[in-house]
Design a protein around this ligand. Sequence first.
Ligand code: ARG
Length: 625
Amino acid sequence: MSTPSAEFALNPLDVLRERFAGAISRLYAGTPGEGQDPLIAASKNPKFGDYQCNAAMALGKLVGKPPREVAEALLKAVEIGDIAEPLTGANIAGPGFINITLRADALATLLSRLDTADLGLPAPAKRERVVVDLCGVNLAKQMHVGHLRSTVIGDTIARALSRAGAEVIRQNHVGDWGLPIAMVIAALIREHGTGDPAKYLHELDQLDRAYKRAQAECKGHDELVEAVRHCGSPKLAAEWEDELKQATAAEAKLADAKRTLMALQNREPTELAVWKRIYAVTMAECLRVAAELSADVRDEHSAGESSYAEELGPVVDELLRRGVAEESQGAVVVRVEGIAEPCLIRKSDGAFLYATTDVCAIRRRVQKLGAARVVYCVDARQSLHFRQVFGAAERAGYTALPGGEKATLMHAAFGTILGEDGRPFKTRTGENVRLTALLQEAEERALAAALSRNPDLEPAEQKKVAHAVAVAAIRYTDLSTERIKDYVFSFDRMLAFEGNTGPYLLYALVRVRSIFRKAAERGVDAVKESGAALRIGEPAEKALALALLRYPQTVRDVAQTCEPHRLCAYLYELAGAFAVFFDQCPVLAAKDEGTRAARLSLCRLTERVLADGLGVLGIPLVDRM
Ligand code: ARG
């Protein structure tokens, strides 16, 4: 049986692997040789052809036959005539290596299969449904660099999944419920009264400040203050008068916040109105920033913690009843095999937790939304949380799809963005760096860089180019390092037009596009010519063709592994192969019209693959820069 990826293989290596695997299963079905890896490799020495199949030796041992005999059988059984020169005994070398030489037209044949509307990524017969958990902002707080990664990585994984044929449901698990929000609501009502919050609450900055104030106000009774309070010594109490007063005030504020949370839970109109206003103000800003980053995070993707509020109590009760959860020192926990700390789903004071909501979210995503896979694009520091929650949901039976199959849950964890000092990225005053400020600075620098290269950039285009370059720089830096690793944020590095950067890739696209513009200027009908048959001869053409043919499998790999850096590395190689081709193979100045037309075809395919790949990375495209 062929795997879906093999069905559409275009890279000669994958095609050969697939065809030899087919031959092996036909020849050795029901023997220990069945399913053996065909061990295809690119030849190190062109004397031995382009590729080798090295499976005969291991197979010979397994099926008890001389390897050369196995090699003979393989080359008779394998069907590769469409892309390789016919195989004869002369292709067997040494103990049983099979040397394979591609047909001269093989690459053109394979490229024509890539050159379809879907670029080698046809919609699968059955589309897998995948939930991607991304963004995850919190109410009343400015979006900072921590949300950048979740938004950009999540958006890219979602795009790669869709491109590979999955049906993607994006979920923005907004932190919009619980005591911290209640603290802000309580503080706002204390400060502004119970009137219409739309009258005094206009922007996220106000909320950000209110959030910090509310947090500070509710803090204040540490252990020492408690000890002084309870020791009964008037002398100590006098010395600690201020602290004790503050603690009492903080307690009152905290009590107010708890009361507010109850009111919110009971949908009291005053508290609910403030909550709604906070929600609207935060989300307007959050969705605006996401759009600026070209991340597809919209209102309909929001499924905040509040949307699970009604489910928390019943779920905990159900899990207790079924014996999945148990009481532990007044709290309720679900023990998970292999993890020392159990998953806490109800505190001893009756409050529910972040984890309770996430257990409910898994139930909804798998059993209601029907997701066969759920991918969480969340900071690596939450890895214990997800192991606990995944384990608890599994024990609860919430990972079973309506049809009975099990959904796969994956924490697509990412590392921290560091400043140039190697510590978590902060402003000089130690504040979190805001995404809006970051984007603005990137655009200013991008414009300066673009203008220094191309002073003639038309004013009308400047804004568009600056934005595209800035987004390319920020997104590509974030996506091109292995997701789990930390990386250092550096404007200078990410905005460079040379090297492994977003602007460099964008520039590669602009270069291909400029060929078509120049063709038009010279009266060459590039559209017609670029429909000409592909013809691959020169080494640089061959290298470019081989790079192009790897595209579909690269996208499928990203969708499977949720590792966008694979696509970045691929596009960087493709851009490099194109640069060499561009340097060595004149296109418009080719020696004859046939060559020009064939090279224009190759350029057009390169343009399509680059544009498609940059699209998966969420990088806005431009024609010039
Ligand atoms: N709001 C959370 C935070 O800022 C992220 C939410 C991630 N998603 C989830 N299902 N827990 O840390």
